[in-house]
Design a protein around this ligand. Structure first.
Ligand SMILES: NC(=O)c1ccc[n+]([C@@H]2O[C@H](COP(=O)([O-])OP(=O)(O)OC[C@H]3O[C@@H](n4cnc5c(N)ncnc54)[C@H](OP(=O)(O)O)[C@@H]3O)[C@@H](O)[C@H]2O)c1
Length: 340
């Protein structure tokens, strides 16, 4: 499967955001969300610099785009994409003063091992120097920890004891103290084309695990992109906002809908209490936390979810997968639905 930046079905209609003239974005981390945003920005006619690590074959991700990019955008300027290497592990930093100035910067890069944020650690000073008008950071709703099924909104203090979430809490704190006044987006499990239950169901690897009372929240990748664009356009900054859909529910419910859409059999029912011993540490940690991630703040800011529930979100994801394009093969995973 190849990835390319075809202009069809880019999630959020470009016209919805095409205000105020062309922009130049720095997207730190062209992974699943990063590339979806890059595609949308290019379609809107904006310039983009996107980063990947040194070992990533970014040509697989970007090369097909060169042949399909329209010569002119709806805004009448040439869409521009520049790829830069940023790899904190290898000590390779992009020269931001040569690549900028930027209208907006979004970091999608997860915390480093010790809870040090790779972007602030390596590029914080350069970013402060550049002083972009808007900065965003993709974080996770995992920082809310276990809420025993209750709603988690932005007023809750991050409290998860999970080491992965502790690292994230450190990074969020560093971003807040960075002087860049970022908007921090807290995301639950991200799904979309190339990241859903479909491939596991098709390969016979899906598991139908049920734990009474357990729910997960999730968000379609196009709503991550849509929320980022909406909030940047409306100038929200220096605070946090959850980006999630409106229907937290058991993962078995989602699997049932995915199997229905694929017209395939469900795997056998497994009780969590017996299944947990066979789960990897990451999956086990997701099942230990039970919360509903509130999107009330985001909706009060005027954002309209493109996929308010997994039902229409999975329909759209499957349709896109069947068209055989439009998602990034390097960053597809099936675990997104439980993360965050
Ligand atoms: N997946 C989920 O369901 C979920 C849920 C909640 C929150 N989140 C968080 O939301 C953010 C975006 O998620 P995603 O699924 O789009 O992530 P992703 O697909 O894993 O992409 C992460 C990006 O970060 C880059 N990166 C990783 N480590 C780096 C380092 N040390 N130096 C420089 N670049 C580095 C990767 O570079 P390459 O392009 O070279 O690989 C990639 O472009 C992440 O912080 C993630 O932890 C994810």
């Amino acid at each position: 499967m190849v990835s390319h930046m075809n202009s069809s079905n880019r999630g959020v209609p470009a016209s919805e955001f095409a205000q105020g003239g062309p922009q130049r974005w720095l997207v730190l981390g062209g992974g699943y969300c990063g590339m979806r945003l890059v595609d949308q920005l290019l379609e809107m006619g904006h310039g983009v610099v996107v980063t990947h690590r040194a070992g990533t074959d970014w040509r697989i991700i970007h090369q097909p785009a060169a042949t399909v990019l329209p010569k002119t955008s709806p805004l009448g300027v040439k869409p521009q994409l520049q790829v830069a290497v940023f790899d904190s592990g290898q000590g390779i930093d992009p020269d931001l003063s040569a690549l900028g100035p930027f209208t907006a910067v979004l970091s999608t890069i997860p915390p480093g091992e010790a809870g040090v944020d790779p972007v602030l650690d390596r590029l914080g000073a350069a970013l402060r120097q550049e002083a972009p008008p808007w900065v965003g950071y993709l974080s996770t709703s995992g920082i809310y920890g276990d809420q025993q099924g209750d709603w988690a909104d932005e007023s809750l203090l991050p409290c998860s004891p999970n080491p992965r979430s502790r690292r994230r809490i450190r990074c969020e704190a560093a971003w807040r103290a960075s002087g860049l006044a970022p908007l921090i987006f807290r995301l639950p499990g991200i799904y979309g084309p190339g990241r859903s239950h479909f491939s596991r169901l098709s390969q016979g690897k899906a598991r139908l695990i049920h734990k009474p009372g357990q729910v997960f929240s999730r968000v379609h990748v196009d709503d991550v992109v849509g929320a980022v664009l909406w909030c940047q356009r409306h100038g929200y900054h220096d605070t946090v906002v959850n980006v999630s859909d409106t229907l937290p529910c058991p993962s078995s419910e989602l699997l049932g809908w995915a199997a229905h859409l694929l017209d395939c059999k469900l795997p056998p029912y497994e009780r969590y209490q017996y299944a947990k011993a066979t789960m990897g540490p990451m999956a086990q940690s997701f099942w230990l936390e039970n919360r509903r991630v509130s999107n009330r703040r985001l909706l009060s800011w005027g954002y309209r979810l493109r996929y308010p529930t997994y039902r229409e979100g999975l329909v759209a994801a499957l349709a896109e997968e069947k068209r055989g394009h439009n998602f990034n093969p390097v960053h597809q995973r099936a675990d997104g639905l439980l993360a965050g």
